[in-house]
Design a protein around this ligand. Sequence first.
Ligand SMILES: [Zn+2]
Ligand SMILES: [Zn+2]
Length: 278
Amino acid sequence: MRLGVHMPQKGGFEANVKRVAAIGCRSIQIFSGNPTGWRMGKMTQEEISARADLLEQYSIYPLVVHSAYLINLATNKEEFLLKSKKLLDETMERAALYRSPFVILHTGNHGGEGVEKGTAQIIASIEEGLAKWPPSVKLVLENTAGSGTAIGSKIEEQAAILQVFPAERVGFCFDTAHGFAAGYDLSSPAAVEETVQLIDKIIGRDRLCVFHVNDTKVKLGSRVDRHAHIGEGNIGLEGFRALLNQGWPEDMPVILETPENGTAWDETNMEKLASLID
Ligand SMILES: [Zn+2]
Ligand SMILES: [Zn+2]
């Protein structure tokens, strides 16, 4: 596994890369543009290449690109869907320039139309996208906490989308805080075993390409999305120890999206994670 952090935008790219390399990160996640806006922000190809070179120089890979939160492929609003598809297209293209293999996407919110209808629209949108997206970049669907009308908190809901597409083009990201909030217990070795077996059986472990490792103080199954520092929540150190030692591939990125990314907390969380790996 390659441990990394979600890098904040403040501070500047170069300084942040040096900082995360110094605390032992071997992979990293970034937002491709404004995480809460429709605009990517202009960057030249040269600027993006220089960033990709810098990551290579510090042996930080893979770079995981997180798409903007606004993107909702399950929306029931026509204009919102068009904007979502356009921004996702741009994000996939930018990820290719960054030489990133993964773009993370929150599956979507159906807004009251129902999981079935929302899922059908997500599938149709991805089908359309795959015809034009750069083949070097995989779309990676992230499980959700299940608040509101979010699709994809249940492993079965993710599987319904994933199974339509080839594993080389569409993958799965498991966020531990979201999983716990959605009712997948991770707080003990036995609970982790059971959750991992469900992922294995329903999705297939070959589809899993990224972990988001976040503790959470919310109750199991509470459907509330709130991240906590590693070992300071209900998953706890023993839960993470069990999860991390399941024989995952060497090159799998394991990303911290803990509170206050970009501060001394990153080092603390990185150290805790590293100490849990056998
Ligand atoms: Zn996440
Ligand atoms: Zn979250």
